[in-house]
Design a protein around this ligand. Structure first.
Ligand code: NAD
Ligand code: WQD
Length: 337
């Protein structure tokens, strides 16, 4: 089976391409290299022995994207391409709507035109906003988002749901990721944030390797186990596996399903920090500062639907996530070059 992976050289996309190849799929990648580079392709080949076809195409370039559809007959599309920085989306919202919504519309048009059966979309737990209590259940529906990035995910969910309603041949699975962290166990693939990281684990990784001095812990007065924010961290390889299962599900069904992908367990900021200390073998300095605007106390997934429909369960725990993150950080001090 042949699968188009948009954003396939990015963090989650590259790990998913590896899992797809391991499971016998042929993959074709489209990426504009906005947040990745071609060396990722060599890393994928090193791990799998297969170099997937890569097309440097922007999904906003409708004609360029159509050329790829003309040359192939795809059984499915996994759509990762997009911008993902919450703070940046507040500063440049129109750029986010253009890339994440208009770009996606180009892709959905082509999926329709070329009769592609399956679509897997990268959504986010951010669509629950601050409207619901954890564990977050899919049946809650959509909450009130707190930033334009989250709204682009919400809009895509609505577009895909409507699209699947009137196009009975399409089978869509919207995956709501919780907090993906970690790296490939080989140390060849991982997350390379641009500049100072916004997210917890990439930041801790830079304190652990001495690039940054200490972690700012955003608040210790939440109603949680130790007062710091609680999140549902999932190893990126487990998340990648969920895509392979979602694709299999989509191929066997019609319609549209929304499915959480998390571990179902929440860890506080300090619990993650201590797990990372074990992984790197030394203390990690931190200062407690004010709460970060827009943060909620606790977010973790109800994972029953993923287990029931996809047969998905995580196989890696927080110690594995921290070990693989640190291994990648140590082996790639300057990113993937
Ligand atoms: P990433 O930035 O590492 O990967 C995205 C890839 O898409 C990059 O390689 C980038 O170059 C490419 N891209 C961006 N705009 C493009 C365009 N217009 N045309 C072609 N390629 C384009 O991000 P990631 O962490 O791998 O996230 C993948 C997807 O999952 C995104 O849609 C993101 O919003 C979503 N998501 C991520 C997280 C997370 O915490 N990482 C959580 C929930 C959802
Ligand atoms: C986790 C916890 C922080 C950094 C974000 C996006 C979400 C999704 C995943 C894409 C919180 C605390 C963090 C730091 C800290 N991305 N923290 N010091 O906010 O749950 O989710 O990434 O879809 O949309 O919003 O993840 O890693 O930023 O924060 O104390 O330097 O760590 O307050 O409690 P978040 P995060």
């Amino acid at each position: 089976m042949k699968i188009l992976v948009t954003g396939g050289l990015g963090y989650i996309g590259s790990h998913t391409v590896v899992e797809l190849i391991k499971n016998g799929y042929e993959t074709v990648i489209v990426d504009n290299l906005y947040n990745s580079n071609e060396h990722v392709l060599e890393r994928i080949e090193k791990i799998t022995g297969v170099k997937p076809e890569f097309n440097k195409v922007d999904i906003l370039d409708r004609n360029g994207l159509e050329e790829v559809f003309k040359r192939h007959s795809f059984d499915g599309v996994i759509h990762f391409a997009g911008y993902k920085a919450v703070g940046e989306s507040v500063a440049i919202p129109l750029t986010y709507y253009e890339n994440n919504v208009a770009g996606s519309l180009n892709l959905y048009e082509l999926i329709k035109k070329y009769n592609v059966k399956s679509l897997i979309f990268s959504s986010s737990a951010t669509v629950y906003g601050d409207s619901f209590a954890s564990p977050m259940k899919e049946e809650y529906g959509l909450g009130v988002t707190t930033n334009p990035y989250g709204t682009t995910k919400l809009m895509n969910e609505m577009i895909i749901t409507d699209f699947a309603k009137t196009n009975r041949n399409i089978s869509a699975v919207i995956l709501r990721y919780f907090n993906p962290i970690g790296a490939h166990e080989s140390g060849l693939l991982g997350e390379v944030p641009n500049g100072i990281p916004n997210n917890l684990v990439p930041y801790i990784a830079r304190v652990a390797n001495g690039t940054l001095d200490y972690l700012n812990v955003y608040g210790d007065d939440y109603d949680t186990v130790d007062g710091t924010g609680v999140r549902d961290y999932i190893h990126v390889v487990d998340l990648a596996r969920a895509h392979v299962l979602a694709l299999k599900y989509a191929n066997e069904h019609n319609g549209c399903e929304v499915i959480n992908v998390g571990s179902g367990t929440g860890y506080s900021v300090l619990e993650v920090l201590h797990a990372y200390e074990k992984a790197c073998g030394h203390k990690i300095a931190y200062h407690v500062t004010d709460r970060r605007p827009g943060d909620i106390a606790t977010s973790f997934a109800d994972t029953k639907k993923a287990e029931k429909l996809l047969g998905f369960k995580v196989e890696r725990d927080i110690a594995d996530m921290c070990r693989d993150s640190y291994n990648f950080t140590v082996k790639n001090p300057d990113g993937i070059k």
